[in-house]
Unconditional design. Sequence first.
Length: 484
Amino acid sequence: MDTPEGFVAIVLAAGQGTRMKSARPKVLHEIAGRPLVHWAVEAALEAGVDRCVVVIGHGADAVEASLEERFGGRVTTAVQAEQRGTGHAVQQAMAALDDHAGPLLILYGDCPLVPSEQLRALMTATTREGAALGLVTAALDDPTGYGRILRDARGRVVAIREQKDCSRDERAIHEVNPGLYAVDAGFLREAIAALGDDNAQGEFYLTDVVAAAAKQGRVVDVPGDMRDLRGVNDRADLAECARVRRDRIVAALAAGGVGFRDPSTVWIDAECVVEADAFVDAGVQLRGRCVVRAGAHIDAGAVLTDTRVEANATVLPYTVTTDATLGAHATVGPFSHLRPGTVLGPGSKVGNFSETKKTRVGAGSKVNHLSYVGDGDIGEGVNIGAGTIFCNYDGFEKHTTVLEDGVFIGSDSQLVAPVRVGRGAYVASGTTVTRDVPPDALAIARTRQQNKEGFAARLRERLGARKSHAKAPSGRDPGEGAPR
Ligand code: UD1
Ligand code: CA
């Protein structure tokens, strides 16, 4: 379909969203990792509008910052200081658009599923018919909360009636207003100047401009599918729209060759990239901007945020990662926690119940069991034994532990940073390393072992006897005899 030319979009996002019962402005609540208002703006830009003006008001600073961060100069804002209705909101936008004579696309910032094709169809029909106003209408089994479409005997749209202003008969109408309009700027300027607020909510309704265009016989309506067009007014709507969006994201990835065991349990944010032949098991969540390369395997229940998983890497069940990178053929989990700044080299391994933070792990190195590895710089072919702790924090500052290539750290060791273990060195199990270890040296710091022959047998005897005396009705006081 052609991209209609010369359109500017207005997105209304100034309302508080009272029905959300939230301190956060409604339009900043997220679906698939994107605020609601971003979805609306994105759809408009994708549909080919030249630029976009977002009307902000409630939580204006936060909404503006969020738009600026994502869209930069492609989006400008107009402030509606007091929220006096959708018509009043459009008046504020038009004040910022007095140089614009072309057509406008108007949509609401709480409508996160709208496809850009729907917007394009609306813009094209409106331009083609030379209408003053085009709108989308859709049928809905339960039309509660939506404005109803009123038609005359010949089936022409004559007005939109808000639910609260509906008569009983009007309330029974199932054709509703999803809130998408294409409007001629000249017509709109006159129509919004003439709006009144004599209605059930005492607001200036944008929807009243439909009746004005109908009076001139210059309305065109385009059919829409309500599954794509529902608005978010409360938490239930948000959850439902999030589910629909999730289904679409997962379906698109599956069509692109990503394997899913149980797509209905997986949540993947919109900004994530997952390549063909990656496999995603049940209950996985990919949040933020994850990249999962071909052949990678994300096992059940893993939650990855802003994480890169290179080709053929494996994430075993119930692993949690944030701002981390797994090199090709690396393995993590089950139950690993990779915190920000973790970079695992190719073929390296972080095993169960290990935690890493701001650490590079060289190719082929292993942190297999129950370790804490923070602020580490670990070379290639290093083996870190079970229960190793990098003591990176002295209460004031963080310090780095450097393990050069080929180092072997025995189990239950502590490395008190800053410290360096030279290439090929050994650290004996149970050692607390406080000084640098030269290459190829053995560091051992623990008391020498003594074996006391027969001691355990004698101890058992003595303790057994004490216990039976204590149970006897008139026993000796079992106070003496602690082993020496
Ligand atoms: C609106 C429509 C209704 C339609 C429904 C579709 C009007 C009068 N009604 O009702 O016909 O069926 O959307 O979802 O337009 N906003 C502002 N400033 C304001 C008021 C609202 O910017 O003063 C913004 C809100 O942030 C929101 C959007 O406009 O993003 C819609 O407002 P909302 O209060 O949700 O309108 P509805 O009651 O849903
Ligand atoms: Ca709404």
